[in-house]
Design a protein around this ligand. Structure first.
Ligand SMILES: [Zn+2]
Length: 473
């Protein structure tokens, strides 16, 4: 792969003037955004780096403290997989990362070069208590390129998330010049603005990558100056041909849903309806799901913790989130998605958790024409979910209950014009002949034989309206 430095001068013309790359220096860090905990930059002090065990692979030296449980055997393959995927996407120079795994946060606080809480990266070195800390790894991979303003440095580390968490998704309200001044290594009293740096940086990064591609983003990463806000605005406009003020107003401060990004590589998930086991793993992971035309799918899953996200707008909403055994009828627009499953270690539960399995297949049980739907046979899963796109249309779901079940229905919809109805299996001529189900209907309905649920959706593009059927006790 071409080292990113070689084409930089053509990508950002102003680099011909400034030209000089700064040496890599210390990098600030944070926990996953949802936790909104930011740690300080690393400082030199009395260190006692983990060295009880050393695992070595092509791109990692993994130094671990003695801990219980010890690092799992797959950790190196998980790290190499992350490295390969991110290098294919971002094109950073090949390198070896020193990864220091601490026993716990106390150990980190007392012996690591990260002055405060959870983790930090310093140059090509990661210090953390997480077996695979993807946010810090991005810092470590890119450190060799230089040190851009925090909006860019934290933006890229935050925005690439194939773990599926949405984190803080609200549009930042602080002007960019104020955020530019925020020192993300000073946590005290500044959690709000510091968190906004991550969110705003993610949105800005997302716009650059969507508009110009990862290669040009990386060139900008290696060249943008940390100096003053005016310099940053100048660098940005020279490189991208747009004023930062304008892009900020349109893309960062505007209330657009979602900003997370996943390269979505790997073997696509099969859509033949055959259950696939999701092995428990310490590394977590993700796998793409490609849908070639707008189509309803039946999805059955068991086991907690996984979710299905849109690759194009990963933060829009999770189509599914695995929290219990569920059958779902989901109208999936054509596009590229990914199935995310989290790390499973350490296991906080005394009992082994339920094995995860997931099947995805096209199914004609959900549609905008009642008569054209075919029955989806209730599998007895704990929950049954209908997820219809909010197109302003009525969506019909036909379900066959081989045995009688008493179910609660909850739509939780507060959208104007939305509603859920139970209809005759012979299909109504209009919804007036169906029974309106109140939101969070608590009485329970007996379901037996073929049942048609009609979902009147509001017109809110990009969203799905979900109806949950759960067993009445
Ligand atoms: Zn960070």
């Amino acid at each position: 792969m071409t080292p990113p430095g070689t084409e930089r001068t053509q990508l950002c013309p102003w680099l011909r003037l400034s030209g000089v790359r700064r040496p890599p220096t210390r990098i600030a860090s944070m926990l996953p955004l949802a936790l909104a905990v930011v740690v300080t930059a690393c400082e030199e002090r009395g260190l006692d780096l983990p060295d009880d065990s050393l695992l070595v692979s092509q791109h990692f030296r993994y130094h671990a403290r003695m801990r219980d449980p010890p690092p799992c055997p797959e950790v190196l393959s998980g790290l190499e997989a992350h490295y390969a995927e991110m290098r294919a996407f971002l094109g950073f120079p090949e390198q070896v990362i020193d990864y220091y795994l601490y026993r716990d946060e106390n150990d980190m606080a007392q012996t690591s070069p990260c002055v405060a809480l959870a983790a930090c990266a310093s140059g090509g070195t990661v210090h953390t208590t997480q077996e695979i800390h993807r946010h810090e790894l991005i810092h470590a991979y890119l450190a060799v390129l230089g040190r851009p303003p925090a909006l860019i440095e934290e933006g890229i580390a935050t925005v690439i998330s194939c773990g599926g968490f949405e984190g803080a998704s609200g549009a930042p309200t602080t002007p960019w010049r104020d955020l530019f001044q925020v020192n993300v290594t000073h946590r005290k009293d500044e959690l709000g603005p510091v968190t906004e740096v991550y969110v705003a940086g993610s949105r800005l990064t997302r716009w650059i990558i969507d508009s110009f591609g990862p290669e040009r983003f990386v060139a900008f990463y290696g060249s943008a100056r940390r100096g003053t806000a005016d310099q940053f605005a100048h660098d940005f406009e020279t490189c991208f041909g747009r004023s930062l003020d304008d892009v900020w107003a349109e893309e960062v401060a505007a209330s657009k849903p979602g900003f997370l990004l996943c390269p979505c590589n790997g073997d696509p998930w099969p859509r033949d309806g055959v259950p696939v086991g999701l092995e428990r793993t310490c590394t977590g992971g993700h796998r793409p799901l490609l849908v070639d035309q707008d189509q309803a799918h039946a999805i059955d899953f068991a086991g907690e913790g996984f979710s299905v996200w849109n690759c194009d707008r990963a933060g829009v909403s999770s189509l599914l989130d695995g929290i219990q055994t569920t059958s779902a009828l989901v109208q999936i627009p054509a596009g590229s998605y990914f199935v995310a499953f989290p790390s499973d270690r350490p296991n906080p539960f005394p009992m082994p958790p339920e094995p995860r399995r997931l099947s995805i297949g096209p199914w004609r049980s959900l549609g905008t024409s009642c008569a054209a739907t075919v029955p989806f046979v209730d599998t007895g899963a704990e929950n049954l979910r209908i997820s219809a796109p909010a197109t302003g249309q009525v969506w019909y779901a036909r379900i066959l209950f081989p045995t009688k079940r008493r179910m609660y229905l909850g739509s939780g919809s507060t959208e104007m014009g939305a509603g859920v109805f139970a209809c005759s299996k012979d299909c109504p001529s209009d919804l007036a002949s169906c029974t309106l189900i109140p939101d969070y209907f608590s009485g329970g309905l007996d379901m037996e034989g073929e049942v048609v649920i009609a979902v009147q959706t509001a017109n809110t593009p990009g969203r799905h309206q979900k109806v949950e059927l759960s067993p009445a006790l």
